[in-house]
Design a protein around this ligand. Structure first.
Ligand SMILES: [Zn+2]
Length: 218
């Protein structure tokens, strides 16, 4: 058979793939995130309108629309025993970092990894229902569509003896280890005190940036 006759059906199948899948094929965890399709941005804007988030909130806080991860890999379960997932390259880097930390006598534990836009929306909706203002809620939880957690590249970490997502993590041996070695594995603190995004200081929130690790993959 002529090679084109074999290739043609495959090409047709590729053309039929939805646009979102073409997006997912891009390397995840790049910084800055790739420009997002107009349909996705419109969806994010609609979700945020529904929550009463001002239309210019993201722009004012230097936030960029993020892609939503599709290819997820399981990483160590969280402190409550629940499944935690990350984008594949971030998951591989996390596993290596956990092993290295353990070797240095530091036990790292997961609290939260991938969170979909829908899940993030639910988190904020619950806070609003409990009477919290949208401004306060957005200083604790990222704006849906702009969260690093939805990329599958961010992870909230803790260590035994420290409550989950608690600022006291800053004083732990685990945090000191992350400050010293996190970047070696491509993990960076996203929200230091006084960050430009309007988020409270989150010593527990680390984000993997593709290509930034200084140790080669084994
Ligand atoms: Zn986080």
């Amino acid at each position: 058979m002529h090679p084109l006759r074999i290739l043609a059906p495959a090409l047709t199948a590729l053309a039929l793939l939805p646009f979102a899948s073409a997006q997912a094929a891009e390397a995840p965890c790049s910084e800055p995130p790739p420009p997002q399709p107009a349909t996705w941005v419109a969806h994010i804007e609609e979700v945020n309108r529904g929550l009463g988030i001002p239309a210019d909130y993201a722009a004012r806080h230097h936030l960029l629309p993020q892609p939503e991860a599709r290819d997820l890999v399981q990483v160590p379960r969280d402190v409550y025993g629940r499944k935690v997932e990350m984008a594949a390259p971030a998951a591989a880097a996390l596993q290596r970092m956990f092993v290295a930390a353990a070797h240095d006598g530091v036990k790292l534990e997961t609290v939260s990894g991938f969170r979909s836009v829908a899940y993030q929306t639910g988190l904020i909706r619950r806070k609003l229902k409990s009477g919290m203002s949208i401004q306060k809620a957005l200083s604790i939880n990222a704006v849906p569509g702009y969260s690093e957690h939805q990329t599958g590249c961010a992870i909230d970490l803790t260590t035994p003896g420290v409550p989950a997502a608690d600022v006291s993590f800053e004083h732990s041996k685990a945090f000191a280890w992350l400050q010293q070695h996190g970047a070696t594995y491509g993990f960076h603190l996203s929200f230091p005190p006084g960050n430009q995004y309007g988020y409270e200081y989150e010593p527990w929130h680390w984000r993997y940036v593709a290509g930034s690790a200084t140790t080669p993959l084994r």
